[in-house]
Structures are given as structure tokens and as C-alpha cells.
Design a protein around this ligand. Sequence first.
Ligand SMILES: Cc1ncc(COP(=O)(O)O)c(C=O)c1O
Length: 455
Amino acid sequence: MTTSRPTIEQEYAAARPKSKALYERARQSMPSGAAHDGRVFSPFPFYVERADGARKWDVDGHAYIDCWSGHGALMLGHNHPAVVRAITEQAKKGLHYSACSELEVRWAELIRGCVPGAERVRFTLTGTETTSLAVRVARAFTGRDDIVKFESHFHGVHDAFVAAVKDPFEIPASAGVPASTLKTTLVARCNDIAHVRELLDEHPVAAVILEPAGGRSMTVPSNPAFLKALREETTKRGVVLIFDEVVTGFRMAAGGAQEYFGVTADLTCLAKAVAGGLPGAALVGRADLMDSIAFSGDAKRDRTKRVADQGTYSGTPLVAAAAIAQLEILKTGEVQRELNRLGDRLRAGMNQALKTRGVRGCVYGASSMFRVFLGADAAELGLDDWTMDAARLDRGMGAALSGPLHLAMLVNGVDTSRGNSNGWMNGAMTDKDIDQIVDAFDRSLARLQEERRLA
Ligand SMILES: Cc1ncc(COP(=O)(O)O)c(C=O)c1O
């Protein structure tokens, strides 16, 4: 009697009994059994026990090259000795002083030294909090209410920005947000400066916000010429230009996407890599705008016109220590240059695997970010000439393909951001790791072909 080979789903599940049991337990306590929408997937997520360098290990003993890299925060990989040392030493000196410390001053100086236009720094805790503060500063400064955002661009989960994140863009990304709140969020088409002009002509716009490299970590890449046009248009009209560099900050270069593209925003939202892998974030930008937060000494102005901001965990010493350790290394740009080289190698290698196997698809992105799309090539998707359809790129290859591809990559020892097949690389990766990821992708394609999941 011949036994047929198990499917990818069966193979994944059979080899992870401990993860399966943990997931069953988790579902009794947490919605969907997880702490983050993006971490849960079918048939069940794997549970990680430890991580080091470019890798993490699950409770069933499987090793994965980590292309999710702490949701992009771990620019140096897991447990970089300098970061671990800084955290360990600081933990003995105190976690939270309820007071100022020299650490936050040094952290702010490092950011100012790297990020174009960072004349002032305000520490926050998360990306969501930071984009929310940026909007408040822009509104207080301009006296206008409306904000322009772009289809597919993600700025965290607060009310104003649940609009137009995912296809279909007219349905907000979350329930529970009043339509009246969303009235002040205007949605523009990606890379369409004429549409932006129209919106700016017709509405009292305080700010335009975008992920400069493209919506959802380059799922819908931005045309560099569009960024320059946007800069000119917003300057001309006194509209605040906000770059959400939560992912790209300190990643594309020491000065983030602003250095990479040569365009400087008025306000920049930083999170992830800015805090050394611990929870921390910062709003930075032009002094006159940022000083909307500053006390002036004029009691009436401070009570009526000032932007109030306070967070229990903002700029805490433990986070500052980790951040300083990471930024002291990232500030030279060397890590990013090497990672950008590895990123080029990785995308080229994966695209070659598609070609060799005769699979229609492409792996695109820039710097140390990549995204896999199966079912259409770059030209067909309009990626070569900026004619792309944001909704199509956003939908990606669809769950029927992205699910099995994700599982196949896991079975072959590589973890990527689930669902949308995005990856962020980290500084612990070597050329050998790139070879291993390309090989895992090649094997995964073969597996999808074998199971007749590819057209
Ligand atoms: C571009 C961008 N902005 C904002 C956020 C929200 O950041 P946080 O999860 O720290 O709230 C994210 C999170 O992934 C992001 O990718």
C-alpha cells in the first residue's frame, strides 16, 4: 500500500505538538489566542522559546531564520551583546525614575544626529501613539482639522487612521470608530500628486501623512518623484508633511527614508528600531512645530493652545539604555549599507528561484525589506513604471496561496510576517543566511508546485 505525502498543513501541525497544546490553552484566555492580530494563523501559531542572532527556536525544537525581526525593531538581530549589556546594567540601576535622566538626553542627541529635520525629539511609547501625537501637533499648529492619508498606508490602530488600510479601502480596518471621526481623514491614491492637489484645494488640511517608502512597508512602493512633488506641494501650502518612519527609520539608512530618498519631512514618527528592541518611540521634527508641546511660561497660552502629552513609560531609563546601545551602532550607517546589499542579494536570489521554477511572481521591495507576490510579475503589477493598482498589491497573492507559502517557509526554517509575505531583515544575517532563505523559498515553491497550488 502506498501512503501519500502529508500536505504542508499536516506536516507543519504534526511536527509541533507542544505549540498546538499551547494554542489550545491560549484560546481559553485570549481573543484568537494571541496578543496581536498578525501573529495568529491557521492551523495554529508556533510558540517561541528563545532567540539569538538571526534565529529563533520554537518549543518543539524547530529553528527559524527570523525575517520578522521583532516586527522590524531588531535591526541588529536578537540579543546583540551591546544591547543586552546595556539593559542588564541599567536594570540594576533602576527601571523607572519618575524623573529625567541623562539617558534620555543622550538618546535624543543620537536621534538628532541621524535623522534629517529632527530639531526636537519627544519620546513616546508606540508607533500608534506617535502618529496620533503628530496629527495633534499639526492640527494645533495650523488650526485646521483634516488629514490626508494614502490607500494601504498603515499608521497604527488609533481612530483617525483605521481608514483605507486594507482592500476594500472604503471599509475601515476596525469596527468601533465613529463615522464622524473618520470625516476628517481624507484618503488619497498612492503616487497620485494630482489627487493630492485636489484634496488640498478642497479641504482645510492640516497634514499629509505617509509611509515614505510605500504603504505597509513597501507593499505599495512610493515613487521617489512623487515624494519630491509632495514635499513641494505641502511646503507651498503650509501643510505639515508627516513621514511615518516607524519601519523605515534607522533601517533604510541611519537617517531612514529621508536620507535614502533625499526628502525631509516636517514631522517624523519613529518607533521600532529607535528603541533597541524595547517598547519606545519618538516624534521628531521642526522646532516650531514640536514646540507646540513646550511650555511657554504664558499661562493662558499653555492652558489653551499647548499640545498636552504625557505617558507613564515615555523615555524610561531601561528603554533609553537599550536604544542608545543600538543607535550608537546604527548611527554610522554601516549596518544599513551591508543589510541593503544583502537585501538586493536576497530579492535577486528569490526572483531567480521563481524564474528557474517557471513560477509567475515577483519579490520586490528595497533596502532590507522584501515582499513576495505569486501569480503576476513586476511588469504586470505596474511595479516597473509606477502604474500599480494599490488594491491589487494590497490583496497580494490571496490567502489560498500566502497561507501555504508561509507554512512551507516555516517547514523549511524561515519565518516571515504572515499573511502578506513581507520580510524585514536584521543585522545578524550573513550571506550564508541569505543563501538559506533563498533555498527555503526554492523548496517552498517546489512544494507548492507538487501540491498543485500554483496556477
Ligand atoms: C508604518 C507603521 N506605522 C505605525 C505602526 C504602529 O506602531 P506600533 O505597533 O508601535 O503602535 C506600525 C506598526 O507596525 C507601522 O508599521
